[in-house]
Structures are given as structure tokens and as C-alpha cells.
Design a binder for this molecule. Structure first.
Ligand code: ZN
Length: 203
């Protein structure tokens, strides 16, 4: 399975990193070795001094598809969860400056903690699913699918035009504003609406 991550899908986040707002979705991949499940800890890597949290809504693909028309995209997912797209911002900055791929900044071990998944209808209307991240009890990021530049359906249509989506693939749908560094010992809690979905420590 693969992890597909959408970049710059919230206007406020694109601005906070001085990026332009894209006309088409921007996406990149993480390997399945980046996955962390069941609230296991995030182990801070020794090659970065500036790892940032990015909380994101994650949808799980439930059937095989390629070149999926946007109007049929809703048939390809029915569950939603939360994920953190941990990013080594210092390495990412360096790679961006050189125009090189981002994998070392985005695809490292433990860089993709994911919650359990719940049926989409339990999370509310697909166009208005609220979520937030607390670090040490303080809300640091807050967003809603209503603020996404590209909808779940649009993302599926776009990505599947380039690569086949398979059952079990996960799509991280982008992070709202408020990204920031984590430190060893931090306690992270992710909420979908008021339902706690993630609860883990940085070690
Ligand atoms: Zn992200």
C-alpha cells in the first residue's frame, strides 16, 4: 500500500510557508514503512532538529481504480481518520532550495502516525468535518474539510489520473495552518470533531 499526501490544500497553511496557492493538487508519497499505528510513540529522528507536526484528515481507499472521474470518486472511500504528516522542516527547506525531491524530509521512519478509521457518515458531512491537534493540552492546529482547496473527490480524480489507487491506500489530505516543531516528551492528541482519535508521545 502507499501513502499519498496532498501539499498546500489549505490557503492559510500555504501562506504560512510562503508558498503560492496551487491551481492543481500537489502530492507526494510516503513509504508504508513510515506508518505508525495504535498510538505508538513517534521516535524523533537524529538527522533533523526541526521536525514539525501537520495534522491531516486521512481517507482510506476501498477499491481499485485508475483515472476515476470526479463524479464517481465517492465510491472509492467510505472511512476517515486522522494522521500526522511529520516533516523534517530543515531538510525540506534544503531540498526545496536545491529543487530536489523531499523524501528524506517526509518519508522517514515513524513520519506517518495514523489513527483508526470510522465510517465517513459518523464524522459529519464530508464537506464540513472539523478536526484539531493538541500538543501538551493546548490546541495548536484546527481545521475543517470545508477549508480545503481541493475536495476528497477532486483529489482522488486527480491522483488516480497518474497512479492506480489500491484498496488500503491512504490519502493524507493536507494540513491547516499552525504547523510547528515538536520536542521529545511532547504529548499529541488528535480530535475528529470532539472524538479523540490519536493520543501518543514523542520519544
Ligand atoms: Zn502534510
Amino acid at each position: 500500500m502507499k501513502l499519498i499526501c496532498i501539499g498546500r490544500n489549505y490557503v492559510d497553511h500555504a501562506k504560512e510557508l510562503n508558498n503560492s496557492v496551487p491551481e492543481k493538487p500537489v502530492f507526494f508519497l510516503k513509504p508504508d514503512s513510515a506508518l505508525v499505528r495504535n498510538n505508538k510513540p513517534f521516535f524523533y529522528p537524529d538527522f533533523s532538529e526541526d521536525v514539525h507536526h501537520e495534522i491531516e484528515l486521512v481517507i482510506r481507499i476501498q477499491r481499485l481504480g485508475r483515472s476515476i472521474p470526479e463524479r464517481f470518486a465517492h465510491r472509492y472511500y467510505s472511512e476517515i481518520g486522522l494522521g500526522i504528516d511529520f516533516t523534517a522542516r530543515d531538510l525540506q527547506r534544503e531540498m526545496k532550495q536545491k529543487g530536489l525531491p523531499w523524501e528524506i524530509a517526509k518519508g522517514f521512519d515513524y513520519s506517518a502516525p495514523v489513527s483508526h478509521f470510522i465510517p465517513l457518515q459518523e464524522a459529519g458531512a464530508p464537506g464540513n468535518i472539523g478536526f484539531h491537534l493538541q500538543v501538551n493540552g493546548k490546541t495548536v492546529q484546527q481545521g475543517s474539510s470545508s477549508e480545503m482547496i481541493f475536495s476528497f473527490d477532486r483529489i482522488i480524480a486527480y491522483v488516480s489520473g497518474f497512479m492506480t489507487l489500491k484498496t488500503g491506500d491512504l490519502i493524507f489530505t493536507g494540513t491547516p495552518a499552525g504547523v510547528g516543531p515538536v520536542e521529545i516528551g511532547d504529548h499529541l492528541e488528535g480530535y475528529l470533531g470532539d472524538r479523540k482519535m490519536m493520543d501518543f508521545f514523542v520519544k
